[in-house]
Design a protein around this ligand. Structure first.
Ligand code: PMP
Length: 381
C-alpha cells in the first residue's frame, strides 16, 4: 500500500475520510431524489459559506480556471472593459483569459509579495470606466492576501461589478458577499473546501445574474450560466450530466464546514498560518511575502543559506510531508506550504517535526524542537 503523506501543497489539500467516502457512494442517477437533495443542499451551503443572502450558486465539473473563464464570459458584453487587480501569477492568467476572448483588459499589478492598495484601485476607476473589476484574494504563487473587502468598498460606488478569485481563500478566509458588495466569488473544490479536485464553484449576486441576463449571447456553451441556471434552481432538470460522486463529496465537504462554524474555521486558519510561520522562523526561514499581506491559507518561506530546494523537498516527502516548489521567478528560492482546508493542529505539529527531521538529515544546524515548540505556543495563546 502506498505510504500516506501529509499533502501540504497549495491544493489539492488533505481530504477528510468523511469527504472521500462521498466519492465511493453509489453513482446514482443524476435525477434521483437522493442526488437532487444533496445537490440542493450543497448549493445552499455554498451560499452560506460566502455569506450570500440573495444570488445563485453554481457547481459544475471543471476547476478554478473554468470558474475564472465563466466569470469573464458571462459578465462582459462586447466592447466592455475589465480591470484585473493582480497580486501575481493568477491575475496574469485572468488577463490571458480575457485576451483569448478578445476583451479589453487593464491590469493593476502589485510587486510580488505585496497587494495592490485600495487607493490605486480608486485612482484607476476615476480615470476609466470598467464593467467588471476582478481581484485574486490569495495569490498562490506569492502568498499575498489582498484586502478584497476594501476593494469592494471602492468599487461599490461605481457602475462596475466586483468579482473575487477565491480559489485559495473561499471557505478558509472571510468573504462576505452581500455585506461587502461582492458580485461574484469564483473558486474550486480542492483548496479550502478540502474536497478532491474536479469542480468549478461560483456564486453570483442578483446584480451579476441581472447583468448576464442583459447580454444577448455569450462566448460559451457549457460555461454559459444561463444554460445551468434551470438545473441549479431545480436539479431534477437536465442540461449536461453533473459529476454525481464529486458533488456528493462536495456536499459532505460543505457539511463539515458548517458543522465547524465559519468564525471558528476562519480563526483556525489564522492560528495555523501563524503557527507554521512561527515554527519555520525559529529554524531560520524568512518569508517572501510582506508581513502585512500574510495569508491564513498559504505561506512562502525563503530558504536559509545552506538549504537546497530540491534536496529539502525530496527528503521532506520521504519524511511524509509534501510541499510545493516556488513558481516563476521564485523557483529554487522558496517553497510553498498550503495550510488550508480541514487540517488540524496536530497535523501542523507533525509537519514541523518532519521539517526539523529533514533539516537535520541534510546537515543544517538549528535548535532541535524549536519549531514544534513555537507552534505549540501559538496554539496555546
Ligand atoms: N486562481 C488561484 C488563486 C489559484 O490558486 C488557482 C490554482 N492554483 C487557480 C486560480 C486555478 O485553479 P485550477 O488549477 O483549479 O484551474
Amino acid at each position: 500500500m502506498e505510504e500516506e503523506k501529509l499533502l501540504l501543497i497549495p491544493g489539492p489539500t488533505p481530504v477528510h475520510p468523511r469527504i472521500i467516502n462521498g466519492l465511493s457512494l453509489p453513482t446514482v442517477s443524476h435525477v434521483s431524489p437522493v442526488f437532487i437533495k444533496e445537490f440542493k443542499e450543497a448549493l445552499s451551503n455554498l451560499k452560506n459559506i460566502v455569506f450570500c443572502e440573495f444570488g445563485q450558486s453554481f457547481i459544475i465539473a471543471g476547476a478554478g480556471t473554468l470558474s475564472m473563464e465563466m466569470t469573464l464570459v458571462n459578465l462582459l458584453n462586447k466592447g466592455e472593459k475589465a480591470l484585473v487587480i493582480s497580486q501575481g501569477y493568477f491575475g496574469q492568467r485572468m488577463k490571458e483569459i480575457a485576451g483569448t476572448f478578445g476583451y479589453s483588459c487593464d491590469v493593476l499589478q502589485s510587486p510580488w509579495g505585496k497587494a495592490v492598495k485600495p487607493e490605486e484601485v480608486e485612482d484607476q476607476l476615476e480615470q476609466k470606466n470598467y464593467s467588471l473589476v476582478v481581484s485574486t484574494h490569495v495569490d498562490t504563487a506569492t502568498g499575498a492576501c489582498a484586502p478584497v473587502h476594501q476593494y469592494a468598498e471602492v468599487v461599490r460606488g461605481k457602475s462596475a461589478l466586483f468579482a473575487v478569485d477565491g480559489v485559495c481563500a473561499t471557505g478558509g478566509i472571510e468573504e462576505r458577499m452581500t455585506d461587502w458588495g461582492i458580485d461574484v466569488i469564483l473558486t474550486a473544490a480542492q483548496k479550502c473546501f478540502g474536497v478532491p479536485p474536479g469542480l468549478a464553484v461560483l456564486v453570483f449576486s442578483e446584480k451579476a445574474m441581472d447583468k448576464r441576463k442583459s447580454i444577448p449571447s455569450v462566448q460559451a456553451y457549457y460555461g454559459d450560466i444561463l444554460k445551468w441556471l434551470p438545473i441549479m434552481e431545480d436539479p431534477s432538470k437536465y442540461f449536461s450530466t453533473p459529476c454525481v460522486n464529486e458533488i456528493r463529496a462536495f456536499c459532505e465537504g460543505t457539511r463539515v464546514i458548517r458543522e465547524e462554524g465559519m468564525e471558528v474555521r476562519f480563526k483556525r486558519h489564522e492560528k495555523i498560518g501563524q503557527a507554521i510561520r512561527a515554527g519555520l522562523k525559529s529554524l531560520g526561514f524568512s518569508f517572501f511575502t510582506d508581513e502585512e499581506y500574510f495569508a491564513p491559507t498559504l505561506s512562502v518561506p525563503l530558504y536559509p543559506q545552506g538549504v537546497q530546494d530540491h534536496a529539502f523537498r525530496t527528503k521532506l516527502a520521504e519524511n511524509r510531508v509534501v510541499v510545493a516548489g516556488g513558481l516563476g521567478k521564485l523557483k529554487g528560492r522558496v517553497f510553498r506550504i498550503g495550510h488550508m482546508g480541514n487540517i488540524s493542529y496536530s497535523q501542523v505539529e507533525f509537519a514541523l517535526s518532519s521539517v526539523e527531521k529533514t533539516l537535520s538529515e541534510i546537515g543544517y544546524e538549528f535548535r532541535a524542537g524549536s519549531a514544534v515548540q513555537a507552534a505549540k505556543e501559538v496554539f496555546q495563546e
